[in-house]
Design a protein around this ligand. Sequence first.
Ligand SMILES: NC(=O)c1ccc[n+]([C@@H]2O[C@H](COP(=O)([O-])OP(=O)(O)OC[C@H]3O[C@@H](n4cnc5c(N)ncnc54)[C@H](O)[C@@H]3O)[C@@H](O)[C@H]2O)c1
Length: 275
Amino acid sequence: MTQEDIHRLDGRTALVTGGAQGLGLGIVEELARQGAAVTIADLQVAKAQTEATRLCAAGFDVAAVSLDITQSAQVDDVFETLVRAKGRLDILVNNAGVGQHIAAVVDLSDAEWNRVIAATLTGAFYCCRAAGRIMERQEAGSIVSISSINGQNPAALVAAYNAAKAGVISLTRTLALELAAYGVRVNAVCPGPVYTEFNRTVMAERGKTLRLTEEQMIERIRASIPLGRWGQPEDIARAVVFLCSPASGWMTGEVLRVSGGLEGVSAAPPKQKRK
Ligand SMILES: NC(=O)c1ccc[n+]([C@@H]2O[C@H](COP(=O)([O-])OP(=O)(O)OC[C@H]3O[C@@H](n4cnc5c(N)ncnc54)[C@H](O)[C@@H]3O)[C@@H](O)[C@H]2O)c1
């Protein structure tokens, strides 16, 4: 194998959750560029289908399927249907997740806690379990889960999101141990700030609490990143594809921060006046 070949994924079958937009779409594109046949599994199936059609027209092998990762039976069904159709599943990227509406722990509702944990941690568990069963049978495969720098270093006012992303890291490391004997590798990537729809919402809410405009928030975050710029989806996608490829063949249970050097946001708020 040449140095170039070890990053190629020709003949591999991949599934990316939440691949209709943002980081997930960047990951889909990079996997496809390296030769994988990719299925986008997303709640937004029309958007996923539009992107799949666009990428197929560009010569890539990309399909779309409707999936809500919070629905356990639906997850099992989508994974087994895919394997029946394609014969195998080589790569799972657990990318789908939701942000939390800004709230201090003392103000956080049960509903918001449960919504974030369901989509950002439990959904990843359902997908890891379904893919793990298939990959264990195959005795091959690679799972990469998207955590966050918040999973390593929590930011104030998003406790449910921090806990979900820390949970994704723990799930990754546990599964890496359990599947190692089958030759299945399981790793996590912790992205720093990338200006997707997800981050636009979080920034707007944080800006309000600090009385900063959107532009001021964007600049404040940029200035806190050691490499001096926001991330792009392809920055994250390249790291994910590396962890899916034979180039990382002796890495499992690894947690890779891709954040321009930013370790965490912290953002401790000032004392609040309570009624
Ligand atoms: N953007 C960032 O700065 C950043 C930083 C760190 C981590 N992350 C993580 O990266 C991942 C992608 O983030 P993004 O910024 O691209 O977000 P995004 O909101 O732009 O995209 C998320 C995608 O996931 C899908 N999705 C949401 N809930 C789903 C469900 N229950 N079932 C199936 N699909 C679902 C959405 O339809 C959407 O297509 C998330 O896990 C996020 O927490 C993002």
